[in-house]
Design a protein around this ligand. Structure first.
Ligand code: NOJ
Length: 599
């Protein structure tokens, strides 16, 4: 098999010949369609927890601007900023009261412009979060709706309904909030009588907009242009699958998040994935196109089953969609392979790139999830001091392996701030300091997402590990954060941060993001996965036993900390005699040797 045919990964079963032999199952061909996002690494900044320059204990835009050069050193393509808009912060900024202004907590519009200028100087693009499903109850439009009578145009911006029961005392239907409890709240009418109910798929303070109303469409088109005019490279669209609800708001006994459950397949959920959504995104794509070919939309769409995700990224809709099934596959190699196959195949069918992600501000960090044998307790709902505790060192080394496996895959990748430091979740957060509305709405049953949102450590040994020099961080930092601070890791060639830097640089050099994928069957087992991307062989071992490395390969990178110090010395280290085995919880990138005649 020639280099070219390996790179192109033709359809059908192929065989590698040469020093490394064996059957290949091609899944995805290399794709050099233009579009920076197709292979981009996008780094999520969660502004509250990134860097606090004004000393109030909460991160700010000036802090982001100050540290952008450190992100540029990571060799990423773009930054995605979680919300920094005016907001009462009942859901950490996902409750927006003014879509076209910066919350004073984070700074000013001038600070935003300065941040964009600095990003541009560094060659980084900036994507911002757009929250179109709901706003804050303090938004002027919702306040106007409360003050107006039932049936008025002001009420029609939201989803108001009369209640059921003799006195309208029952919610209009049985829908549940993602954060627990009913998705409806009853208001008191301006004359003081108990009145209508409004829908909120999330917190009570987050009323859902009525996307059957053209005025809502016009308002968000204005918001898009406002930020495009200020130079953003695109939008990550919050709960992009939820904007339109089925006519008549029919009952739904399935899961609040729309994932399939017994008798309730996710694709039937009346609040998700409605056909009319797609016209909204087609219109938005046309608006972005007015600004040139480089502005993008990325869907945060929880879609079940996975192949339906392709509907969000058809050529005239969004550019990307998050791949949550990959995140939820854990280190289960069977599930990982299945998700990778389904993602690449279904997205290829519409010409869209896949994306890959392991952590974000809504889930337990992967360095903590992987610190358990088997499942982390209450995965997705936070981990507390009374739960079984993770093995931090194990979690960090497995996280390195999982990330290295992910960054070899073709497509785009999303990183979450702090994962490059191998940060664990904050677990010892006292109940009275927990801020996620999930905690309050479930009476503490679900701890919520605070653990993955703890402010970052920048400098070992300094106050608040260098996050800020003033007030205590808005969530307490674990004791381990100081030793994991960026300055200490930057100085160590064997640190997690150094591994990220080298992986990201090599990923770009080898153009893995635009590459191909074929499974190398002889090396795929119950506990190992092996794929070829071009001439790079990615091999991950999640089993307990070490595995012999294939002959005819040269080691490019290993996720194991012990291997890194020596790799730092040379770009293309020959596989050392004593490193012929792939350890438990380790990933390697190998260059396959194809033989002189085939080069
Ligand atoms: C998804 C966001 O990622 C999450 O943080 C937020 O709470 C919900 N959408 C509601 O906006």
């Amino acid at each position: 098999m020639s280099v070219d045919s390996v790179l192109a990964a033709p359809a059908g079963l192929a065989r590698l010949t040469g020093p490394l032999t064996g059957p290949l199952t091609p899944v995805h061909a290399a794709d050099h369609t233009p579009g920076w996002w197709r292979s981009a690494v996008i780094y999520q900044v969660y502004p509250r927890s990134f860097r606090d320059l004004n000393g109030d204990g909460i991160g700010d835009l000036a802090g982001i601007t100050a540290e952008l050069p450190k992100l540029a050193e990571l060799d990423i393509d773009a930054v995605w900023l979680s919300p920094f808009y005016r907001s009462p912060q009942r859901d950490a900024g996902y409750d927006v009261s003014d879509y076209c202004d910066v919350d004073p907590l984070f700074g000013t519009l001038a600070d935003f412009d300065a941040m964009i200028t600095e990003a541009t100087r560094l060659g980084l693009r900036m994507i911002v979060d757009l929250v179109p499903n709901h706003c804050s109850d303090q938004h002027q439009a919702f306040q106007a709706a409360l003050a107006a009578p039932a049936g008025s145009p002001a009420r029609d911006m939201f989803i108001f309904r009369d209640g059921r029961g003799a006195f309208g005392e029952e919610p209009p239907n049985n829908w549940q909030s993602h954060f627990g409890g009913s998705a409806w709240t009853r208001i008191t009418e301006p004359d003081g009588t108990p009145g209508q109910w409004y829908l909120h798929l999330f917190d009570t303070s987050q009323p859902d907009f009525n996307w059957d109303n053209d005025a809502v469409h016009r308002e968000f088109e204005r918001v898009l242009r406002f930020w495009l005019d200020r130079g953003v490279s695109g939008f990550r669209v919050d709960v992009a699958h939820a904007l339109v609800k089925a006519a008549g708001l029919p009952e739904w006994g399935g899961r609040a998040d729309g994932a399939s459950s017994d008798g309730y397949p996710g694709h039937e959920a009346p609040m998700f994935g409605q056909p009319a959504l797609h016209d909204i995104y087609r219109k938005w794509r046309r608006i972005l196109a007015e600004y040139g070919p480089d502005r993008i939309l990325c869907a945060e769409a929880n879609v079940d089953p996975l192949p339906r995700l392709a509907d969000w990224v058809r050529p005239d809709e969004m550019h990307q969609a998050f791949n949550f099934p990959f995140l939820h596959a854990g280190l289960d190699v069977g599930r990982m392979r299945h998700v990778i196959n389904e993602s690449l195949t279904s997205l290829d069918s519409v010409g869209a790139p896949s994306t890959w992600v392991l952590s974000n501000h809504d889930v337990v960090r992967h360095a903590t999830r992987f610190g358990y044998d088997g499942h982390a307790p209450r995965d997705g709902d936070g981990i507390g001091p009374f739960d079984p505790q993770p093995n931090e060192a194990l979690g960090r080394s497995r996280a390195a392996a999982a990330t290295m496996f992910m960054l070899g895959l073709p497509g785009g990748a999303y990183l979450y701030q702090g994962e490059e430091l191998g940060l664990p979740d904050g677990i010892d957060i006292p109940d009275n300091q927990r801020q996620d509305p999930t905690f309050g709405r479930t009476g503490g049953q679900r701890l919520g997402r605070d653990g993955c949102r703890v402010p970052l450590p920048w400098r070992s040994g300094e106050l608040h590990a260098g996050f800020g020099t003033g007030a205590n961080p808005w969530l307490p930092q674990p004791a381990s954060f100081s030793a994991l601070a960026r300055d200490t890791q930057a100085a160590s060639p064997s640190s997690h941060l150094s591994l990220y830097r080298r992986m990201l640089a090599l990923r770009r050099e080898l153009r893995l993001g635009a590459g191909s994928l074929s499974w190398l069957e002889d090396w795929c087992t119950d506990t190992c996965l092996a794929y070829l991307n071009g001439t790079t062989l990615v091999l991950m071992n999640v089993g307990h036993e070490p595995v012999e490395l294939p002959a005819g390969t040269v080691l490019l990178r290993s996720s194991a900390a012990s291997a890194q110090a020596s790799e730092a010395e040379s770009e293309w280290a020959e596989l050392a005699e004593d490193r012929h085995r792939l350890g438990s919880g380790e990933t390697v990138w190998l260059e396959i040797y194809l033989g002189d005649t085939e080069r």
